[in-house]
Design a binder for this molecule. Structure first.
Ligand code: ADP
Ligand code: MG
Length: 868
């Protein structure tokens, strides 16, 4: 419900077109009546509470090539044969009545072939009230205490409703009372045996959420559509027994809300279920009479019972209906008992009746077409014109389908096999109908007065009565004390007995007293009115106060609701965040653990790295050390080898020089021999020692020219056989070689350094010289020479011979032997083994020539400071 919070904005007429786009399908229910006789063939089976199954009867099957036909139809609900009227009402009609009370329109119709139970379902029978009486009963049970006084609402002639002022309503009521003889309010349900006990009191139904601050009034109309004519069944026509007037048909009109209505149709205001029943039965009676008089068949007419509910808000005092036509709301519930849906052929009608039947079926055909077109338009989005106007029934309910409302249909079926073909058509139509959708009615706004006005008003009245009673208490069992007090406050009446015809005093005195009383009364009335007005204004003020407070409360409630929502949202958010935080904590935990693992890994890797670095450092320093050592060794070896090379080069050079010299000398000797006579005394000259003091440069290439002939010794010691004496020179640096063969010279003077004394006594000299050979082995050389006396009286040694003794490591020797074929220039002859004669000779010559063999090879036994 949309509540208008403030102000007395006039209620607008409901929208012409539905303002919402919510739609509901037409609710189609199926009711299966019991078979009329047990031995009847049945063609229907209820297989669930939404589905029924039709079997083709045996005779029919034979006609159709023996084909066995079974068809199923589903509906919103299927009611079996045991369904009570009440159950059906609860499911089908109750929601419609609730809607009616809440200002929404409804349409309920029964459909089916004749005898299928349409009338039973809609009207029912005594003790078995149908949907109609139950609906009426529920309406009055719900709005009973809130009904407006009769004639307060008055239908206008345009399907609308007016609110009469109280005086006019009162006058109308008085007029009605004087005219009719019916009791104002029936006190018993048993008015007419025909509709007595339709509903047992314990089955009474009541709608919820009835607005207590509104006033209600129910109006009923009852029409019959026969042969596409509309008849008002409640119209009061003066009875003419001589020439009964045929009923006048009515026409349809559209009101400002696009609702169709029967123009000039009687609308009877009813105040109770019983009264409504009575009106209904009146209409029924009229219908029956007309059918009999005009030879009509009731099953071919559609009967429409319209319940209109007018409601208007109470005024601010909660006292009377608000005098505002715009605030009146009218809703209606149409209860339709359609004509039998059978085809013409089955009615066995003749003549004029056949025409009627055709028309009846024509209107049902139109209904069918309308539903089909509606369905197509809705399902395919087409906009085909729906032929409502083709028949009165469809035209009347046009706005239920085009506008808004709730539409329900009860499809009645008789399971007997005779009806099979008709029932089949009914089922197809019914199934199709539930595919049509109708706009859902919207809630109507209600007026802006404070809620609960009626109750407050009632409570106020009760309180007033209570207080009045409290003040007085009954006097003479009749008047309350207040009234007595009021009477006592008037001046007492003078004696009013007239003493005689000439009594001129009593009457004027009485008149005077009465006039006085009248004045007092007038004053009191004025006083009363003043007070009443004051009280009213105070009350109104308070009412508006309360209203504003209520509004305020409402506002606060709204705010509270919002806050609640906010809190809820925040709670949800907190929950979400908490969950997230837990998740994150968990993740952090995992990450922490992972970090720890990685850190440990890192630490161990670092340790390993460090140890490896240390090792590397160590290895590096080791390498460096090795390198320097190798460097040292290399330089050592290089130096050694350089020296060795130099020495060898020098030796070679010397050797070559000596050879050259020897050849030169030989040549000279040969020359001397040739020229002996002339130069007999001449001796080859040897360059003097003195001249050789400065050794030639080692690196210098051997000089091609000999330096001069060796000095021929001037004195030669006599050589007795075996009588040679040796100076055996062994330098102290020599190593004792522990060899087997040691040079052993008998009768020799052993010296560590040569001296003149030793040399003067001997004529032979030998030097034992040790040196490291090229193969790393120590070789001993015995350098021999002859001692000569020099002219200056000194001693000179002329080397004549070099004997080489070599100690050999057998391993090295064998390896050397293996490569003996190689022409090794360094290969020395075996120990004590002379090379060829020439070499030996040349060496001797060389030594004689006093070559530069190095310091170890030249020994000059000259006396000190003696110069040639
Ligand atoms: P329709 O109005 O469809 O022609 P009626 O309502 O007049 O049919 O029903 C025909 C007969 O069947 C009536 O005597 C009625 O009492 C009876 N009947 C219909 N439906 C039921 C039912 N559900 N239970 C018991 N009797 C039923
Ligand atoms: Mg009927």
């Amino acid at each position: 419900m949309i509540r208008q919070a403030k102000g007395k904005t006039p209620r607008r007429p409901p929208p012409k077109k539905p303002s919402n786009n919510q739609k509901d399908p037409v609710g189609v229910y199926c009711r299966v009546r019991p078979l009329g006789a047990d031995d009847e063939e049945c063609c229907i089976e209820v297989i669930s509470n939404t589905t029924i199954q039709l079997h083709a009867p045996d005779g029919l099957k034979a006609n159709r090539n023996g084909e066995f036909k079974e068809t199923q139809y589903s509906f919103k609900k299927v009611f079996g044969i045991k369904t009570s009227q009440r159950e059906l009402f609860e499911d089908v009609a109750k929601p419609l009545v609730e809607d009616l009370i809440h200002c929404k329109n409804g349409l309920l119709f029964t459909y089916g072939v004749t005898g299928s139970g349409k009338t039973y379902t809609m009207t029912g029978s005594p003790g078995q009230g149908g949907l109609l009486p139950r609906s009426l009963d529920m309406i009055f049970n719900s709005i009973g205490p809130y009904q407006a006084k009769r004639y307060v609402f008055k239908p206008d002639d345009k399907n609308g409703m007016e609110v009469q002022n109280q005086v006019d309503a009162l006058l109308d009521r008085q007029k009605r009372d004087s005219q009719t003889t019916v009791p104002k309010t029936p006190t018993t349900r048993r008015i007419d045996p025909e509709f007595a006990d339709m509903i047992s009191p314990e089955e009474a139904c009541k709608a919820d959420g009835v607005d207590e601050d509104s006033s209600y009034s129910v109006f009923v109309s009852y029409i019959e559509i026969y042969n596409n004519y509309i008849y008002d069944l409640l119209e009061e026509t003066p009875f003419d027994p001589i020439k009964p007037k045929p009923p006048q048909s009515k026409i349809l009109r559209e009101d400002q809300n696009h609702n169709m209505y029967v123009a000039g149709c009687t609308e009877v205001e009813v105040k109770s279920t019983e009264e409504a029943f009575e009106v209904f039965w009146r209409g029924q009676k009229k219908r029956r009479i007309a059918n009999t008089q005009l030879n009509r068949e009731s099953s071919r007419s559609h009967s429409v019972f319209i319940v209109k509910l007018a409601q208007a808000p109470l005024d601010a005092d909660g006292d009377n209906v608000l005098q505002d036509k715009n605030q009146v709301n009218v809703s209606q519930l149409c209860l339709v008992d359609l004509a039998g849906s059978e085809r013409t052929s089955r009615t066995r009608a003749e003549g004029s009746r056949l025409r009627e039947a055709g028309n009846i079926n024509q209107s049902l055909m139109t209904l069918r077409t309308c539903i089909e077109v509606l369905r197509e338009n809705q399902m395919c989005g087409t906009n085909k014109m729906v032929p409502y106007r083709d028949s009165k029934v469809t035209h009347l309910f046009k706005n239920y389908f085009d506008g808004e409302g709730k539409v329900r249909m009860v499809v009645c079926v008789n399971p007997k096999a005779d009806d099979y073909e008709e029932t089949l058509l009914v089922m197809r139509f019914a199934e199709m109908t539930q595919e049509v959708e109708v706009a859902r009615p919207v809630d109507r706004p209600i007026c802006g007065f404070a809620a609960g006005r009626r109750q407050r008003n009632q409570a106020f009245k009760e309180e007033l009565t209570r207080r009045l009673e409290e003040r007085g208490g009954p006097v003479d069992g009749e008047f309350p004390t207040v009234l007595n007090q009021l009477l006592q406050s008037f001046p007492p009446l003078p004696p009013c007995e007239i003493s005689g015809p000439n009594d001129d005093v009593t009457l004027p005195r009485l008149i005077e007293a009465l006039e006085k009383r009248h004045k007092i009364r007038q004053m009191m009335i004025e006083e009363y009115n003043k007070t009443a007005n004051m009280l009213k204004s105070v009350l109104q003020e308070q009412d508006s106060n309360i209203l504003s407070k209520e509004n305020f409360i409402q506002e606060q409630r709204g705010k509270l609701g919002e806050k609640d929502k906010m809190i809820q949202n925040q709670k949800n958010e907190i929950d979400r965040l908490e969950k997230k935080s837990k998740m994150l904590e968990y993740k952090i935990d995992i990450l922490q653990k992972t970090t720890n693992i990685y850190e440990e890994d890192k630490r161990s890797l670092q340790q390993e790295l460090e140890s490896r670095e240390q090792r590397l450092q160590r290895e590096l320093s080791e390498k460096r050390r090795m390198e320097s050592r190798m460097q040292g060794m290399v330089t050592d070896a290089k130096l050694k080898w350089e020296k060795e090379c130099e020495r060898r080069v020098n030796a070679k050079q010397l050797e070559m020089q000596n050879k050259l010299w020897v050849k030169d000398e030989k040549l000279k000797q040969l020359k001397a021999i040739v020229t002996e006579g002339k130069t007999e005394n001449r001796q080859p000259q040897r360059p003097s020692r003195e001249k050789d003091k400065v050794p030639p440069k080692r690196s210098a290439s051997p000089s091609p020219v000999p330096t001069g002939p060796p000095v021929r010794p001037l004195h030669r010691r006599s050589h007795s056989a075996g009588g040679e004496r040796w100076v055996d020179h062994k330098p102290t640096s020599n190593v004792d070689l522990d060899t087997v063969l040691q040079p052993n010279i008998p009768n020799a003077i052993k010296v560590n350094a040569p001296n003149e004394k030793a040399l003067s006594k001997c004529d032979k000299y030998v030097l034992t010289h040790q040196e490291v050979a090229s193969d790393g082995e120590i070789q001993t050389k015995l350098i021999k020479g002859e001692v000569f006396k020099t002219r200056g009286g000194g001693q000179s040694v002329q080397f004549t011979d070099i004997e080489t003794l070599k100690q050999e490591n057998p391993v090295a020797a064998s390896s050397r032997k293996r490569r003996s074929s190689e022409a090794d220039p360094d290969a020395e002859p075996m120990e004590g083994d002379w090379t060829d004669v020439e070499t030996r000779c040349s060496v001797a010559v060389e030594m004689r020539a006093g070559s530069n063999l190095g310091p170890g090879y030249q020994h000059h036994g000259y006396p000190k400071r003696r110069k040639p």
